[in-house]
Write a protein that binds this ligand. Structure first.
Ligand code: NAP
Length: 316
């Protein structure tokens, strides 16, 4: 494992040798996902670009130095998630990076009828992770956001899809809070099963990517354009918390973000989370509800096989 004590100077050149490892990055065609995929491939990993548009995925993979492969995955369609997992065919997967995301969109639904941000950012990754977990040997890293503590963030069990009054900011905050609660409960389950696989979360601070361009509210979009220009860090710096969480020796359920003021920019370090994101009872309830909504459960996806495979990897 690389030395993780000097986080202020930590950058992608300090990644360990990942030769022989396989990493899967969702949304690897753009922004932080593309940059993280590039760094992982440069460090020797074989990187699977899991993207909704294979053509754009191929174009992005062509800019990356190293071994890559592009596969279609639409997280907003559970049949696509199942198809993707079925085609995985038992290959060992060292790093699963749940990076893809949408932010503050006008009201939209996934193919299965879920509010788009909750459906894509949380439920899609929930299903993907549980279906692939039997093959994961090392880490699951899930991207959250500082927004997990903004915009009245909470899991609205009574109305997860915002049917009674949609608010794009609140829906984004709910989905990013769900990403953290998912990590908490996943880590608890992995530990209980005796698996050495670790669940981690990361957030990039504020990074200039395509994410901000989808905001439905023109005022918000305008503010973000200005923010991107004057305050944001670039996608290379934004990818560092993901890379740090994926490769450094940290306890399970760690949350990594930038160390600068307001966690907006800076080198990767362990960061805090809101009380709502530490609520074990809510995390458990969200897990159960997510199983019901996706039809994908811990028992069918991970359970014993995940633990056994993880243990085998640790013993190698
Ligand atoms: N940038 C920031 O300041 C910031 C701050 C906090 C958290 N984050 C988080 O960082 C992660 C990466 O975002 P980014 O900033 O790199 O934004 P980005 O450049 O817009 O990248 C998002 C990626 O997600 C993909 N995606 C969206 N919907 C998808 C779906 N249904 N199925 C599969 N892939 C899908 C996008 O694919 P398309 O290209 O096809 O749309 C794109 O590749 C997100 O989870 C975001 O919430 C970012």
């Amino acid at each position: 494992m690389a030395d993780n004590t000097k986080t202020k100077t930590w950058d992608a050149t300090r990644l360990p040798d990942l030769t022989g490892r396989t990493a899967l990055v969702t949304g690897a065609n753009s922004g932080i996902g593309r940059t993280a995929a590039d760094a992982l491939a440069r460090a020797g990993a074989h990187v699977v670009f899991a993207v909704r548009d294979p053509e754009r995925g191929l174009a992005a993979a062509a800019t990356v130095h190293g071994s890559t492969e592009v596969r279609r995955l639409d997280l907003a369609d559970l049949s696509s998630v199942r198809e993707f997992a079925d085609a995985w065919q038992g290959r060992p997967l060292d790093l699963l990076i749940n990076n893809a995301g949408v932010m503050m969109l006008p009201q939209q639904r996934t193919a299965d009828g879920f509010e788009m941000q909750f459906g894509t950012n949380h439920l899609g990754h929930f299903a993907l992770t549980n279906l692939l977990l039997p093959y994961v040997t090392d880490r699951v890293v899930t991207l959250s956001s500082g927004a997990h503590r903004m915009f009245d963030a909470r899991i609205r069990f009574e109305d997860l899809d915002f049917t009674s009054g949609y608010n794009p900011n609140r829906a984004y905050a709910q989905s990013k809070l769900a990403n953290l609660l998912f990590t908490l409960e996943l880590q608890r389950r992995l530990a209980e099963a005796g698996s050495p696989v670790r669940a981690m979360a990361a957030h990039p601070g504020y990074a200039a990517t395509n994410l901000q361009s989808h905001a439905g509210n023109p005022v918000m979009r305008g503010m973000m354009k200005i923010g991107n220009r004057f305050f944001a860090q670039d996608d290379r710096a934004g990818a560092l918390p993901t890379l740090y969480a994926a490769t450094q020796d940290l306890p399970g359920a760690s949350y990594v973000g930038p160390d600068g003021r307001g966690e907006l920019r800076g080198g990767p370090t362990l960061v805090g989370r809101s009380a709502a994101a530490s609520d074990v009872a809510v995390a458990r309830r969200l897990w159960t509800v997510s199983e019901e909504l996706t039809g994908v459960s811990w028992a069918s996806g991970a359970g014993d096989r995940g633990g056994a495979r993880g243990r085998m990897a640790a013993e190698r």
